[in-house]
Ligand binder design. Structure first.
Ligand SMILES: CC(C)(COP(=O)(O)OP(=O)(O)OC[C@H]1O[C@@H](n2cnc3c(N)ncnc32)[C@H](O)[C@@H]1OP(=O)(O)O)[C@@H](O)C(=O)NCCC(=O)NCCS
Length: 178
């Protein structure tokens, strides 16, 4: 299937996709908040389009110049498991890298809470390059939240140009024999 990723805000598309994923997005208040974020210029928004229809969405929040959060990622059930999620993560990452961002984080439900749906989500995040960093109770909801991070390469390293190694100045006297 041929998919393109496009920078676009669309609350209605966000709602349609989240409503189709009740195992992850069953809380109507949380869905309303995500839909509001999908229209909010304070968030980056990339959608995945297949045959003119939006089949996936990724929202990012730039907390600092160096770091951003993947606030939402969701792929419509009919398009899941076909590479759309990876495409969204790669597009978001390369856009952020090009703008000097070096770290992408994401929050999800932690492994201490036994839930098959979120176990799949964690499997996906690990597969696309995120590393589990911390788990905290009561961060986004009463149960455990897992924070994962994905280092971004930056345009120089991505293009294969390695940064120059740091130069260390050693004062002459430290090199002299006793
Ligand atoms: C999580 C989600 C965004 C992933 O999108 P997707 O299009 O289904 O995933 P992809 O097909 O791009 O998969 C990318 C890679 O992850 C792997 N993967 C996916 N689910 C996995 C799992 N449960 N365990 C291990 N690897 C997994 C795929 O095999 C694929 O690997 P490959 O590229 O090496 O072949 C999507 O399934 C989804 O919307 N899930 C429900 C909502 C959700 O979990 N959102 C995040 C809430 S915090």
């Amino acid at each position: 299937m041929s998919i393109e990723t496009v920078e676009r805000r669309s609350g209605p598309d966000a709602r349609r996709i989240l409503d189709a994923l009740p195992d992850w997005f069953g809380d109507p208040v949380a869905v309303d908040n995500y839909v509001a974020a999908a229209e909010d210029t304070g968030y980056g928004s990339i959608v995945a389009v297949h045959d003119g229809a939006v089949v996936g969405i990724a929202l990012t929040r730039r907390h600092f110049h160096e770091s951003a959060e993947l606030h939402l990622i969701a792929v419509h059930p009919r398009a899941r498991g076909r590479g759309v999620g990876r495409l969204l993560v790669e597009r978001v990452s390369s856009d952020l890298e090009a703008d000097g961002c070096v770290m992408l984080s994401v929050h999800t439900v932690g492994p201490s809470f036994d839930n098959a749906a979120y176990a799949q989500t964690r499997g996906f995040y690990r597969k696309v390059g995120f590393t589990p960093l911390e788990e905290h109770d009561g961060l986004d909801w009463p149960g455990p939240t897992l924070i994962l991070v994905r280092p971004l390469l930056g345009p120089r390293r991505r293009s294969g140009i390695s940064p120059a190694p740091p130069r260390v100045a050693i004062p002459d006297e430290e090199c002299r024999p006793e």
